[in-house]
Write a protein that binds this ligand. Sequence first.
Ligand code: AMP
Length: 361
Amino acid sequence: MPLAQLDRPLAPGGTIGILGGGQLGRMIAVAAAQLGYRTHVLAPDRESVAAQTASSLTRADYHNKVVLADLAAQCDVVTYEFENIAVAPVEWLAELVPVYPPPKSLAVAQDRVAEKRFVEEVGGRPARWQAVNSREELDAALAAIGTPAVLKTTRFGYDGKGQTRINDAAEADAAWEAIGGPAILEAFVTFSHEFSIILVRGIDGTITSYPPPWNEHRDAILHRSTVPAPAEIARQWTEAAALTGRIADALGHVGVLTCEYFAGADGPVFNEMAPRVHNSGHWTIEGAETSQFANHVRAICGLPLGDTALTAPAVVMENLIGDEWQRWSDLVAAPRTHLHLYGKREARPGRKMGHVTRLER
Ligand code: AMP
């Protein structure tokens, strides 16, 4: 069966389904509400922070076809807020109701081998890599790529999880023990900065993107995004934005697509893509004329895309990880500072509890 498509703009009052119950779904639901849409979250989690801001919630597994058919009947369009969701139920759902981004974006983004091949086909340059499916293949890949290198699981990696650095071939046993296969071995990239291109593509193929943030990590988790980015990134902006646009076009992507890059000595090195709104775009809520969440909603509802220009000379977003949210009473009192807390009950180490955005003059 062909995939269902939205054939005219969705008028306010319509309902957007959201697969996933985390903070990204929460902020999509807020943006949707501002434009007069209702939202219906489908998530299996006991605690869904998206449901706190959505119009309704179905707490169920994504694989239940009765639940999916019911969601399709209640929604005009469906989106997803994380990429570690099985492709098969999303493809099935996409025959019943328009699903944006399309299932193809999900399939490519959740498999590092498919992702890198796809990016290479449209002229992108990832770090040198090789698929590794056994301990012997890891030796072969280390011989081909050399060290230092990074061994990453093919699927389900996030925030530095599912990956380990190999500094010397003697560390191969321990790395294989920790990661196992299927995996990929990637050359370790020497870079000055990390940045991301947050792009939006409409149903009609119109593309716009935001000025790229400089992304700094701590313990492999995003710590801070700063816009405008330093000159090393600004010089690579055009090339990275053009590549991200080619990826979006080739996928037939609709909605926000985020690609992460290393600013290398010879230009942007592609790291990974997320077929969704992204943590490195949270600064756009106050720091851009139209937030990434509002633009995602506009794109998937067939509305014109909004202006991505900055609202201040400089914008800085910092994540509140684990216990850092306890600084809330200072942050909420600080000038030109916008505090966002995600409503999570328990602050575990490494858990994203909120973020704070500062607009500078
Ligand atoms: P990822 O989950 O693939 O985005 O990796 C998390 C972080 O690990 C990245 O943001 C980088 O800081 C670092 N990293 C991942 N892959 C590489 C690589 N090939 N070379 C250097 N640093 C890397």
